[in-house]
Design a protein around this ligand. Structure first.
Ligand SMILES: Cc1ncc(C[n+]2csc(CCOP(=O)(O)OP(=O)(O)O)c2C)c(N)n1
Ligand SMILES: [Mg+2]
Length: 638
């Protein structure tokens, strides 16, 4: 019965957690990311200084950034390894709430250990304490409650034991994985207790492969058997279950084409004949053509976001079936569902459909659709700013493109640059992204045959994940090149972990697509008849509006100051040279690509419900509203 502080016990406990998946044992907690401050540095900090065991300490630069890095680390380790994140009280802890939500939305385990104010209340209010007059028991960490899958506050040292067992239960279960918050009051961290030895024994959390029940599988099989043209959705659950090969075998056996969600991309090879690639709001033409022709959907490991269902304008007449470890997701769209592990359940479903002698009625429609997309891809690859130039996105402020071209002396288009990078980086390189126009382009365009090499956070689509997520991906795979695909808006929002990448010797490559603004949001507003309002990076003009000249930014110089090797790129030749040189570097690199606004891809026969003004201010807004009403009329209602 060793006497130790609550913080010491926490460290020792974390150091003894393991998971086992398909018989392979992995040490679960690698270390702790932190930005020390009061509330944590002499409590948990003392424990990490005195007795860290094999836990490593990492220093973050922004709490949200470090927690996003930790989340990416967990994702790229297929949820079998984590880095816990701790912070000081008040603002430090509040800064991790965004990351908590990001992790929960994406079903990625993230253990957060924010410091909390004194349980004793003796010195209240301490610096950085949030006080609520109607209840002194409310602190900043209460704000985690809506965005985590488990929440606890350790107000007595012995509470740690049940709290941590529950934290592990939630973090290691595929159906509940997400953020967990264990708040650590700053006095209790230093209080001690005679923790039983048993609490510190090596714990191996088995990650089970539970197949759905026979009855559920049969009910799904019956629905599929009555369909002619089913379509499989390959979601993130396929990746986490490592069910890619099983899914491809299943699709081949019954001749069923499939499409990938952002989370499902790279769970199977892009080159699979039946893989239509991205579909939905950010889908390509072939994915969208085939999924709309389907009379039955088999959603495997998907949460059916609006980007997947095209705001429920797709699949209106299709029967919906699902396979999911989470009953919450399995029940979506009123589906006939099978709750279970993707791989184990697909294997059962395959047998059930074999018994029914099932074969779909698809012929070569998917080959034709794919051939059409290949043609379009070649157009996007050869898209140039020449005499025949037309912006891919029509809605725009007319002066912006020539002004931008002149400001930077650039003729680079976004699609040609993206395709160039995709074709010239190592086959096993990892691509990371999350927000802006790039995720749409990438879901349509990005192809890879290297499994799990695509890390797009498109559940919360949180600006700021791009660079932090690249760092976490690199920490998970130090032997591979990692590329962050980041807009100028996202870069400006959060790039602090660049410095951590230098500090840790973790080389990441940032491909910064500078188009002088929140490009995709500018597209959204202007396509719906709203003016050019607050989305381009323009100076305030003499009329008091944000419609002056574009702000000129040298991002290469900015990153150079941190110690990165940087490049400024204005045409494909400069991009080729920069990319080649960046591969030779051992430090992190940044390529500042000056890409012409409005040269990202547009939609391919999809619809996104965004909520428009029912009191339109002009003819274009009126038309947009009417179009929305029409689409809503036909869309699924739930
Ligand atoms: C934290 C956060 N704030 C706001 C948004 C809403 N949002 C989505 S994309 C975007 C603009 C992104 O601009 P940029 O990174 O330059 O990409 P671009 O669209 O220009 O390619 C904004 C503001 C978000 N997704 N995340
Ligand atoms: Mg931008």
């Amino acid at each position: 019965m060793p006497r130790m502080t609550m913080a010491q016990a926490l460290v020792k406990f974390l150091d003894n957690q393991y998971v086992s998946f398909d018989g392979e044992e992995t040490k679960f907690v690698d270390g702790i990311f932190t930005i020390f401050g009061h509330g944590i540095v002499v409590g948990l900090g003392q424990a990490m200084d005195a007795c860290p065991g094999s836990l490593k300490l990492y220093q973050g630069k922004n709490e949200q950034g470090m927690a996003h890095a930790a989340m990416a680390y967990a994702k790229m380790n297929n949820r079998r390894k984590i880095i816990a994140c701790s912070s000081s009280i008040g603002p430090g802890s509040a800064n991790m709430i965004t990351a908590a939500a990001t992790a929960t939305v994406n079903n990625v385990p993230l253990l957060l250990l924010p410091a909390d104010t004194f349980a004793s209340r003796q010195p209240d209010p301490v610096l950085q304490q949030f006080e609520q007059p109607h209840s002194l028991s409310i602190t900043t960490t209460d704000a985690y409650r809506p965005v985590v899958r488990y929440w606890d506050r350790i107000v007595r040292p012995e509470m740690l034991m049940s709290a941590m067992i529950n934290a592990m239960r939630v973090l290691t279960n595929p159906a509940t994985a997400g953020a967990v918050c264990i708040a650590l009051p700053q006095d209790v961290e230093g209080e001690s207790y005679d923790y039983p030895d048993e609490f510190f024994r090596k714990r191996i959390h088995l990650i089970p492969r539970r197949p759905a029940s026979d009855e559920e599988v049969d009910s799904v099989a019956d629905v599929i058997a009555s369909s002619k043209k089913p379509f499989v959705i390959c979601g993130g659950g396929v990746r986490y279950s490592e069910a890619g090969k099983t899914l491809v075998d299943f699709c081949e056996k019954f001749n069923i084409p499939y499409g990938e969600t952002q989370a499902g991309k790279s769970a199977t090879k892009s080159s699979e004949r039946l893989n239509m690639g991205g579909f939905g709001v950010t889908g390509n033409s072939s994915g969208n053509e085939i999924c709309q022709a389907a009379d039955c959907v088999i959603g495997v490991g998907t949460r059916f976001s609006d980007f997947t269902t095209s705001s429920k304008s797709y699949f209106t007449n299709a029967k919906i079936t699902t396979i999911n470890v989470s009953d919450f997701d399995a029940y979506k769209l009123g589906a006939v569902h099978a709750v279970g592990d993707a791989k184990a359940t697909l294997e059962k479903l395959e047998k059930a459909l074999e018994k029914l002698n099932y074969k779909s009625k698809w012929t070569d429609e998917y080959d034709k659709a794919k051939a059409g997309w290949k043609k379009e891809l070649s157009r996007l690859e050869n898209y140039r700013y020449d005499d025949n130039f037309e912006p891919l996105i029509k809605a725009r402020e007319k002066r912006t493109i020539p002004e931008f071209a002149e400001l930077y002396g650039t003729d680079l288009t976004q699609t040609s640059a993206l395709i160039y990078i995709m074709k010239h980086i190592a086959p096993d390189a990892i691509a990371v992204g999350s927000a802006g126009s790039l995720p749409g382009d990438m879901q349509r365009i990005w192809e890879t045959d290297c499994l799990y090499s695509y890390n797009m956070e498109y559940g919360y689509s949180c600006m700021g994940y791009e660079i932090a997520g690249a760092l976490g991906s690199k920490m998970a795979h130090p032997d591979r090149e990692v590329y962050s695909f980041c807009g100028d808006g996202s870069f400006l929002m959060l790039h602090s972990e660049l410095v951590t990448s230098i500090q840790e010797g973790m080389k990441i490559n940032v491909c910064l697509f500078d188009n002088a603004g929140f490009g995709c949001i500018n597209n959204l507003e202007m396509s719906n008849g709203v003016g050019n309002l607050g989305t381009e990076f323009r100076k305030r003009d003499s009329d008091g509006k944000l419609l002056g000249n574009l702000v000129k930014i040298d991002f290469a110089k900015c990153a150079e100051g941190y110690g990165l090797k940087t490049y400024s790129v204005r045409n494909l030749k400069e991009l080729a040279d920069a990319l080649e040189d960046s591969k030779k570097q051992t430090v992190s690199t940044l390529i500042d690509l000056k890409v012409l606004p409005k040269t990202m891809t547009d939609g391919y026969d999809s619809w996104w419900h965004t909520g428009l003004s029912s009191v339109p201010a002009n003819e274009q807004q009126k038309k947009a509203y009417e179009n929305m009403t029409e689409k809503l009329d036909k869309a699924r209602k739930y």
